[in-house]
Ligand binder design. Sequence first.
Ligand code: H79
Length: 401
Amino acid sequence: MGMPLKFGMFVHWGIYSLTGYHEQVRWRFFTPRSEYRKLMNSFNPTAFDPDEWVALAKNAGMEYICFTTKHHDGFCMFDTKYTDFNIMNTPYGRDILKELSDACRRGGLKLSLYYSNPDWDYKYGYNSKSSHQMPEPGDIEDIERLKEFQKNQIRELLTNYGDIYTFFWDIPTRIAAPSMNEFIRSLQPRILINDRGWGDRGDFSTPERSVPDGGKFERYTEACQSVGQQSWGYCRDEDYFTTRFLTSSIDKIRVKDGSYLLNVGPMPDGRIPERAADIIRRVGSWYNRVKESFDGEPCALLADRSLLTTRRGDTLYVHIPEGLVSSGLTLKPIDVRPKSVRLLNDGRELKYDIVTRPEDKDWTTQLLRRQTLHIFDVPADEFEKETMVLKLELDGEPIKI
Ligand code: H79
């Protein structure tokens, strides 16, 4: 069994949203620290309504929210005693993480915390062994001090906001320090920790914006992807992914029993951009309609490897993440007649038959003709915008051996 929760909403939010550009805008434009810090003075998300975020996620079939408590820029979206570069010192002046954690609890969602290792604001944040570093003259590399700083913040994060589902480190430090994850576990023994921390694979892997090859995941895996191609944080001219692309990406991960975090970047006023919310609603509608298929065990069954299958007892699910070019589908080598074939996307029954098909295109290899299940009225045009999943009720083994 994979991770306990399967579908969540990633939220990248910080003062970088004010630029409408990218969560790493400071790195991309070599912005001096003192200048970047000024953004803090105009961060005032008066339209922030965490209950709305929770409702959006819940309606999409999501079970948790993973929130950026501190991205590489070092700005803390929570009340911390260990740096003044935090939400309490903005015009907003309220603990956003607290408001979100309360809303999650009210709405029955679990909360995960994203926490980045690089810290472009902390004087002792520089780590010459890692990537994504922005030291300024006068900064001092002091890994012991950085670990203490992180532990102090982790104590705040894992003490003041209730039960936390996962801890999402970002950008591996490339320094082994098992005491860091041990510290996390000492505060919240049930927490799951990802593989981007201090030289530790943690509890789960984190393919980012990608779908790994191969069959069922051998360890806990949580893939993450954003609604847009450009950025995780709010981007004014974002290139939003198509529903077709996202549903197929989610399908391919979920078939292997991986979990999936789909990200949005709220605007400086606290609202999730309408285009992004719309994607969450559309993808969520699809997810709710097909999700029973992911409870099945993945099985490599069909000759056509672009068709993925999951199976639960006598029910076989055929996933079509690459879409169809016609209304027909020959499910070689299935040669038994199912009791029913449905398109899970809308529940409609599909027509099917057992037909004789040759092994080669020219029908010349007489001996190799065989019986195959043919499904012949799939509404491929109608469902071209989302990944189709077929549900076959079988009567025992799908293949006669
Ligand atoms: O917060 C978002 C991005 O800003 C951040 N991660 C997501 C969730 C990110 N920063 N930089 N990158 C992503 C690009 C490169 C990351 C790499 Fe790695 C670091 C490649 C190898 C080490 C972390 C571990 C990401 C993939 C494996």
